[in-house]
Design a protein around this ligand. Structure first.
Ligand code: ATP
Ligand code: MG
Length: 417
């Protein structure tokens, strides 16, 4: 894509009321637009990154047997009354509204009730189980605090998966498989080394739930990390009994701030019981499927990646989710030969299947480099009179800042892998 054609432009400043680094940088670089506190639109660059994150999540969910669907955002109150969750006393962050006829409805903040109700039409026998279904869907929550930029949105994108198993054992197997898929996702996003499977309170049906917490000083959560075991404990369950269960001592743990990027929960038969989802077991008797739910905040993850990797010059994307693989920057000062060479390279990269943003704008070199640093594409390729006289292209690594001269063929090879 030619940068001269991109409708977004970089900005020197972010809105004054925007305190979070992720939103400040994303707004300045033209990835997102702030509509109001906690509500953001994703612009072309931002949508590219969001889609790449979603694709990684989707691939790993499909790999463990997840089947993608998309459920309605408008909710059927009846279902939520059956599980006792409609009341404002139970769920206090719902956006609720009325139909023309006065009937109540609401916007999805999660989806246990509708997915369980859908499955009533399809899961009949033990032979149908286990099943996993997920969606990547905008969620709406009237969050009280919205000061972490896109990491705590009132409208945000979540992957929510739900599992249905024929027994507690079968459920445990599914649960562990999904937990492993989560580890892979965070590795592919470049935050595997700083994201900890964290023990948190489990609710009624299991002793623990698990959060996936990414270390960051701006995280809202406090966790206690065990480096050796690569696990952590959420502050809210840091109790002698829990330490005993995990075979760790308080002295081995390090207190850290972290961002909750995902969580997984055993639900038992709470929802299948309440909504009347049943299946026939081998012996002919009826039972309720054992359920699990598995969330990942994909828009929050986008913000978390900015928080974790950005430097004083701007955003630094991991290769796996960068909006483009290469940022081709032409420094021509009107020199036609340079423009021709940069155009040629642009076509070559495109023809080689490489996603490239081509800064073909007629602006000063300093401004181009500052914008390129702010936008944060992993590889910058500079074409100028100087690079042409030296017979190559200057390749700059956004993360390390290291530079070197390369030939087109090398660049293509490197970027293709
Ligand atoms: P938190 O404790 O941060 O409020 P939660 O316990 O409400 O999270 P879930 O309801 O389980 O989280 O949602 C699943 C995932 O969705 C979370 O792990 C998080 O990554 C993401 N998420 C939750 N609330 C928000 C939000 N307001 N904005 C962006 N992402 C969110
Ligand atoms: Mg919450």
């Amino acid at each position: 894509m030619r940068q001269s054609e991109l409708f977004t432009k970089t900005r020197k400043t972010a809105p004054k009321d925007e305190v979070a680094k992720n939103a400040q940088l994303l707004i300045r670089a033209g990835y997102i637009h702030k509509e109001m506190a906690g509500v953001y639109s994703f612009l072309p660059l931002g949508l590219r990154v969001l889609n790449k994150i979603n694709d990684i999540v989707r691939e790993e969910m499909n790999a463990v047997g997840g089947q993608e669907l998309t459920m309605s955002v408008l909710q059927n109150k009846e279902l939520w009354e059956k599980t006792g969750r409609w009341s404002d006393e139970v769920v206090d962050n719902w956006f609720k509204t009325q139909l023309k006829n006065g009937a109540d409805t609401s916007l999805a903040f999660t989806a246990e009730e509708p997915i369980t109700n859908i499955m009533r039409d399809y899961l009949n026998s033990y032979a149908d189980l286990p099943k996993l279904a997920y969606q990547i869907q905008w969620k709406y929550r009237n969050e009280e605090r919205a000061k972490s930029g896109i990491m705590r949105g009132r409208e945000f994108l979540m992957k929510d998966m739900y599992s249905f198993a024929g027994s507690a054992d079968e459920h445990e197997k599914v649960y562990e498989k999904v937990a492993e898929a989560y580890v892979k996702i965070f590795q592919r996003l470049g935050i595997g080394d700083r994201t900890y499977r964290t023990f948190a309170s489990g609710g009624v049906f299991s002793k623990y739930s698990h959060e996936f917490q990414c270390l960051s000083p701006i995280g809202e959560d406090t966790i206690y990390v065990h480096e050796g075991k690569k696990i952590a404990i959420n502050k809210e369950v840091l109790l002698p009994e829990v330490l005993g269960d995990l075979g760790v001592t308080q002295e081995e743990l390090v207190e850290q701030k972290a961002i909750e990027v995902g969580n997984i929960f055993s639900l038992g038969t709470r929802f299948s019981d309440a909504l009347g989802l049943k299946f026939k077991q081998k012996d002919g008797s009826e039972a309720a499927p054992v359920m699990g739910c598995y969330g990942i905040g994909t828009s929050r993850l986008l913000g978390a990646l900015v928080e974790v990797f950005a430097d004083e010059k701007g955003i630094v994307w991991p290769e796996s989710v960068a909006p483009f693989s290469a940022h081709l920057v032409a420094i021509s000062s009107g020199n036609e030969d340079v423009i021709k060479e940069a155009d040629r390279l642009y076509e070559l990269l495109k023809d080689s299947g490489i996603d490239v943003l081509y800064d073909d704008r007629d602006v000063r070199a300093g401004e181009k480099f500052a914008d390129s640093d702010l936008i944060g594409i992993p590889t910058r390729l500079v074409v100028s009179e100087k690079t042409m006289s030296e017979g190559g292209i200057e390749r700059v690594d956004r993360q390390s800042g290291s530079t070197g001269f390369v030939q087109d063929s090398e660049v293509v090879q490197q970027l293709q892998k």
